[in-house]
Design a protein around this ligand. Structure first.
Ligand code: COI
Length: 350
């Protein structure tokens, strides 16, 4: 499909540079991609100046949360261009999230066109410091103005971008969330939909007051096994092996999680995907069998966990950052930032 490039794009981009102070997802690139689904088919995509959207106040997305999104990154290449990390995995995950919410999936070719054209026009907005990147946020929403609880008959797909640092820097203090649940049994925990994040906000507010950074969510069926953090997957190093909760329908299958499992196995680590009961893990931290724990995600990369709080008690991890987390973080960034050979064919030049 051909992509329409708005002539105003050149004006929007003129003089626009990577901001000195980056943060995460606060500075927006001045362009965006849009495609519209109507009468059963997708329009051609268009690259247009970044601007507020016009959404009907009765649009389904605003009332019934018919929307899903992705998080992905572009990195600077040695030649001065940009490369995307495993974009076809984001396309596939968005297709899964869309079908879960009864939305038409964005065809892989349209999704890839969108992220490529935004990245290609924002190459000079890809930061060059290690750990920084151009964060891309594709999203899809139901726009039909109609208050009946039914799937929308019209949709809009956008890609916006933001030169960003990692989501979290430094060590993380986790709080075991034993009151609320992030996702329900049979719910949308394994889809990347805004509702999962909205339902985590009350917990995050509570734990911040107590001096913690992130909630550690337990499985909604048994309130015992670890699921994930809000927006990151969980790993622990136990007797030298890596353990991560097995996918169970309420965990989002992180692309960083998937990549780290492959990378770690290639580096000779044993990786175990199984249910990880929180009480067992706390005992292993107390006994020293669990030497380190970390969270991973596209935005977060790898964030070491220093403390897990449970009611009035705190369990401290002996190594933060631990050697395994450091090793994997470096190995992943070396591929993403072009310092080592991309033996897995993960990087896609734009
Ligand atoms: C990502 O890692 O890309 C996410 O979407 C998580 C979000 C909390 C920033």
């Amino acid at each position: 499909m051909s992509i329409y490039i708005d002539p105003e794009i050149a004006v929007s981009l003129r003089g626009y540079e990577v901001p000195e102070k980056l943060g995460f997802g606060t500075a927006m690139a001045p362009v965006m991609f849009r495609a519209v689904w109507q009468d059963g088919c997708w329009s051609n995509g268009e690259l247009i100046p970044y601007a507020p959207l016009t959404v009907d106040p009765a649009a389904k997305v605003l009332h019934y949360a018919q929307s899903c999104f992705e998080g992905m990154k572009a990195y600077r290449t040695e030649e001065g261009g940009a490369a995307l990390f495993r974009p076809e995995m984001n396309a596939a995950r968005m297709a899964y999230s869309a079908q879960r919410l009864c939305m038409p999936s964005v065809p892989e070719s349209l999704f890839l066109d969108g992220v490529r054209v935004v990245t290609a026009h924002c190459t000079n907005l890809v930061p060059s410091n290690s750990g920084e990147s151009l964060y891309l946020r594709p999203f899809l929403m139901g726009t039909q103005p109609d208050l009946t609880v039914s799937a929308s008959n019209s949709y809009e797909f956008y890609v916006i971008a933001s030169p960003s640092e990692a989501y979290h820097s430094g060590n993380m203090r986790l709080w075991i969330e034993r009151e609320d649940a992030r996702a329900a049994v049979g719910g949308t925990g394994d889809a990347k939909v805004g509702g999962n994040y909205a339902s985590s906000l009350l917990s995050i507010g509570r734990l911040r007051e107590r001096g913690y950074d992130q909630s550690l969510w337990l499985n909604p069926a048994n309130r015992q096994n670890i699921d994930e953090l809000s927006g990151m997957n969980f790993f622990a190093v136990i007797d030298g092996s890596l353990y991560t909760p097995a996918l169970n329908g309420s965990i989002l299958e992180g692309i960083t999680r998937h990549s780290l499992i492959q990378l770690a196995k290639g580096l000779g680590y044993t990786v175990v995907e199984r249910a990880v009961p929180i009480d067992e893990l706390l005992e292993q931290i107390a006994s020293g069998e669990c030497s380190e724990a970390f969270a991973c995600g596209t935005a977060a990369i790898i964030s070491p966990i220093s403390v897990i709080g449970d009611g009035g008690q705190e369990y401290s991890l002996p190594y933060t950052p631990g050697p395994v987390a450091e090793h994997l973080r470096q190995a992943l960034l070396d591929i993403q930032e072009g310092r080592s050979e991309d033996t897995y064919d993960w990087m896609k030049a734009v």
